[in-house]
Ligand binder design. Structure first.
Ligand code: OGA
Ligand code: MN
Length: 298
């Protein structure tokens, strides 16, 4: 079985895949092609999939091994290994939207994920797009002096930075147990599959940059974010029923939008794919005492 790929735009970020039924056996050749396309386009939208939780789990296997989520209180009732996100009413009339500012998933892990995949189960009638920005292109366009400066810098990523622009959901005891120690990552990393450099920044998790006062590191992160989130780097995904969308957590930052009618349900199955680091990088943990978890009433 083969498929057709159509780039979403001229930017080189995002492509639509049609004609692939991920519930059917996929040959090694097609699987290799799919992963090559993924390394090139960073976001793939596989159209017309109608997957049960079990089928979604199997389909994600096309891209690698499943990575355990840190949050244990988000499993879908259909399958404890599959997670779900939805607009949650936390108190009457107040809703929690996960991921509503640009970030990359689980960068607090010393070996962060390769990818995250969502499968639309229920979509609002308008809004709820997901935005993606290309961190390879954003890096390539930086002035040479900035590239040299960033090339020497490493950041400490904790579960929730004290400088995070938004609060994450409170974690339960089981989640705390499964959360790895905080991580140290270079600000500029090399993609293990496509070999390109990319900016690895995440305002939700970066607590500090090693050897730099916080005021200066926060100013640098803000400057890089302003650069990297320009429209010219963005692909904005409008969800269609049946979409399975997978994005590369190294190549892009992403952002959810809570701009729809909260009386309508937006519900997605969610899984991550285990990552590897480039041969030139060594997974590094930061001191456990630096960890910050949002605790309190779950
Ligand atoms: C996520 C996420 C974006 C969205 O699942 O990690 O950020 O649009 N989702 O729901
Ligand atoms: Mn996310």
């Amino acid at each position: 079985m083969n498929y057709t790929l159509t780039p979403m735009n001229a930017l080189g970020i995002g492509a639509e895949i049609r004609g692939l039924d991920t519930t059917m056996p996929v040959s090694d050749e097609v699987r290799r092609q799919l992963n090559a396309d993924f390394a090139k386009y960073h976001v793939l939208a596989l159209r017309d999939q109608k997957l049960s939780a079990d089928q979604f789990l199997a389909s994600c296997g096309l891209f690698g091994e499943i990575m355990e989520h840190h949050r244990k209180n988000s499993a879908t009732p259909e399958n404890p290994r599959v997670y779900e996100i939805r607009n949650i009413e936390t108190s009457p009339g107040k809703y929690f939207i996960s991921g509503a500012s640009f970030h990359t998933d689980h960068s607090n892990d010393p070996v962060p994920p390769k990818a995250t995949a969502l499968h639309a189960i229920s979509l609002p009638s308008y809004g709820g797009d997901t935005q993606f920005v290309d961190m390879h292109q954003a890096y390539d366009d930086l002035p040479e002096t900035m590239k040299q400066r960033l090339g020497k810098l490493k950041a400490v990523h904790v579960y929730q930075s004290k400088y995070s622009p938004r609060k994450l959901r409170v974690v339960d005891a089981q989640t705390i147990q499964h959360t790895p120690p905080p991580a140290i990552h270079p600000l500029v990393r090399t993609h293990p599959e496509n070999g390109r450099k990319f900016l690895y920044i995440n305002p939700v998790r970066i607590e500090s940059i090693l050897g730099m006062p916080d005021e200066e590191s926060q100013a640098l992160i803000a400057e890089l974010m302003a650069h990297a989130t320009q429209l010219k780097y963005e692909y904005r995904h409008k969800w269609l029923h049946g979409d399975m969308v997978i994005w590369d957590d190294r190549s892009v930052l992403h952002k959810a939008n809570g701009d729809y009618d909260m009386k309508e349900l937006r519900r997605m199955y969610r899984l991550m794919i285990r990552g590897v680091v480039h041969a030139d990088e060594t997974p590094t943990t930061a001191d456990a005492s630096l960890q910050r978890l949002p605790t309190g009433v779950v």
